[in-house]
Design a binder for this molecule. Structure first.
Ligand SMILES: *Cc1c(COP(=O)(O)O)cnc(C)c1O
Length: 356
């Protein structure tokens, strides 16, 4: 038998979550964000479950080529657009939509000789201060792109900084609406949090990511409450048991000292599989459906849990690191990070089992 770790990718859950997104989107078109290898789930694995989406969005040209090779024919958006002029021929050939966010990209588009125009989303910086034109530049940018002869459909887009948090979206939405007024552009704004919480951000397109994978974007609302189901479940098994005496330590640096006699289960999963090394003692794991706590430092190939409360557990017992029965958000919170990072961090050595 091979090492028992596996990541199960449940496409039924993904279809369910896409339907939830579609429901919230109303008449807006849904662009499924599948960057970072579909948030670690595998772009090739998830594509068959996204036939109900109106478009997908990636970051690298290689991912777009991969999706087209796999037969994806709908609009395909590159969220950072193109990085050099020679990529533009590929945008034409593969009918890719480019996000255009800076003057350098406009210049590349203007001076290119394309055999066909491409679709463009103009990114407006409404407060994120990462990518995008200032709101007051939009009218000139629109004119320059329309005049280039190399652009077909134009959509105005922006990205929210705190749709999941206390600052909300209104401060950015005001700037966005002022910028597009009178320009007859369709709009594309909402990430998962905005889509779920602020219907006024729907516009012509919405761009959900994390919710499709079944994680809640909010600290105070569970995925279950939102009707979302986890797509990735990371499973492994107990491969050894240690009986500790009071005062014995566990793992590297001896960060955990047994306060009493304890049974410790050693699980075949470590940071070399994508489990966060920063998860402290006490991070949740489930074993036979019961919650147990990690003890000591996570190592590359293994981590340890306290088996004191699950006497029936032993070598071979199945363990869930996150997913079905243990929301990845809870593990992320314990480790001081977000669900996005844990999902994206899944390492290629972990076998993936796709369930249709
Ligand atoms: C990642 C990303 C999204 C999706 O965000 P979620 O919080 O995962 O829903 C949407 N738009 C852009 C520009 C992104 O980079």
């Amino acid at each position: 038998m091979s090492r028992p770790i596996v990541a199960i990718v449940d496409l039924h859950a993904l279809r369910n979550n896409l339907a939830v997104a579609r429901h919230h989107a109303g008449s807006a078109r849904v662009m499924a964000v599948v960057k970072a290898n579909a948030y670690g789930h595998g772009l090739g694995n998830v594509l068959p479950a996204l036939t109900d989406a109106d478009a997908i969005a990636v970051v690298e040209l290689e991912s777009a080529v991969f999706a087209r090779d796999r037969g994806y024919v709908k609009p395909l958006v590159l969220l950072e657009g193109f990085f050099s002029q020679d990529e533009l021929a590929r945008f034409v050939e593969l009918s890719l939509t480019a996000v255009v966010h800076c003057a350098e990209q406009i210049e590349m588009l203007r001076s290119a000789r394309l055999t066909r125009p491409i679709d463009v989303h103009i990114k407006i910086n409404t407060g994120m201060n990462r990518l995008g034109f200032a709101p007051e530049e939009l009218s000139a940018v629109t004119e320059a792109l329309r005049g280039s002869g190399n652009v077909r459909e134009l959509v105005a887009m922006t990205h929210f900084a705190d749709a999941d948090g206390k600052h909300g979206v209104d401060w950015q939405l005001e700037r966005f609406n002022a910028a597009i007024s009178g320009l007859s552009l369709s709009s594309c704004m909402a990430n998962s949090a905005a889509l779920l919480r602020y219907p006024q951000t729907r516009g012509g397109w919405v761009r959900p990511g994390i919710m499709l994978y079944g994680a809640s974007p909010f600290a105070d609302v569970s995925a279950n409450t939102l009707g979302l189901r986890p797509v990735m479940t990371l499973r492994s098994r107990v491969i050894a048991v240690q009986n500790l005496r009071p005062g014995d330590s566990v793992g590297y640096s001896r960060t955990f000292i047994a306060p009493r006699a304890m049974r410790i289960g050693v699980i075949a999963c470590g940071y070399g599989d994508g489990y966060p090394r920063h998860a402290p003692t006490g991070s949740p794991v489930t074993i036979s459906g019961q919650r147990v706590a990690t003890v000591g430092l996570v190592s590359m190939d293994m981590l340890c849990v306290d088996l004191s409360t699950v006497s029936e557990a032993g070598v071979g017992s199945e363990v869930t690191l996150w997913g079905d029965g243990l929301p990845v958000e809870e593990v992320a919170t314990a480790a001081g990070t977000v669900s996005y990072e844990l999902l994206c961090a899944l390492k290629s050595r972990v076998p993936v089992e796709v369930r249709q």
